[in-house]
Design a protein around this ligand. Sequence first.
Ligand code: PLP
Ligand code: COI
Length: 354
Amino acid sequence: MLDIKITKTTAPKEKPADSVLGFGKYFTDHMFVMDYDKQNGWHDARIIPFANISLHPASTVLHYGSEIFEGLKAYRIADGSVQLFRPIENMKRLNSSAERLCLPEIPVEDSLQALLAFVKCEEDWVPHSEGTSLYLRPFLFGNDEHLGVHSVNHATFIIIASPSGSYYAEGINPVKIMIESEDVRAVRGGTGYTKCGGNYAASNRAAEHAAQKGYSQVLWLDGVHRKYIEEVGAMNVMFKINGEIVTPMLSGSILPGITRKSCIEVLRSKGYTVHERLLSVDELKEAMANGTLEEAWGTGTAAVVSPIGKLMYEDQEYVVNGEKIGEVTQMLYDTLTGIQFGKIADPFGWIVKV
Ligand code: PLP
Ligand code: COI
């Protein structure tokens, strides 16, 4: 159990209108901060006014990228209360990322307590309009003040929050995705299954090339054979081929998405066959060419369930489902957002009230 000290801001900000939110542009009045050192473990848990942080110029995170993060949302439901979707999964994944990067783990009951206390403090910032939420960004970084490369003795854990709308400008309309054949994102044995900052830094070049050609994100192929479909920049990916759902298996190089896991559970509960397996780009190309690819979509906290309308591979563009949202994609979007916003029952026990 953490002893969380709360210092309230004396200068609360004006809240932006829901219509201008976008994703990750505005920040709330406070942040949660907690420090770690080898002697004292995690200590000094506090909620303080949102402000810049000060780092020693030799801080580990600035040189060697010892940083991991999570992403989840707080939703405002019709009765005005606020709830979270599967936050324990995020806190467990934070620890899995920490273990890989030799950063200190946080007992899940403590990180959950921190998250709930922080959201309670920022409750007024959870927006009210349809499709908006308070995006929560917990992050943890190594903060030793010298230049040796070693595992971390000092670390900092922070949670910030950003009232947000749609991640993609397209909203729920189909996005265009480019299959990347030059750069790779991750390999088995590396950090692909973690949410570490470096994975995203290494993806930027391909994302920029894709953007120049008019595509929203890249679809990565595996780093060894450059043959098997992995995931999109900020989403896992699923396909409906010949009536059945296929999604890349968790091989160690892709992020074990909580939205992915939730979609699989919803699909199976509704009687769909879901295959978690290797899916080669050749198999996908053939399914696109012979019309057996019926739907494609991405899944992620920020993006929710996002239909893919066009896929580009080796200079050839394939249109998926006439660039319209498909039936299964729509069902998943409606079911997940229905549970998240409390519009439908939660038979899975995923919701945690704030
Ligand atoms: N894959 C990557 C690379 C991501 O950044 C994300 C977003 O968090 C996802 C997949 C989806 O994961 P989740 O559904 O847990 O948000
Ligand atoms: C999320 O979906 O929460 C993400 O982390 C995506 C992000 C990299 C913007």
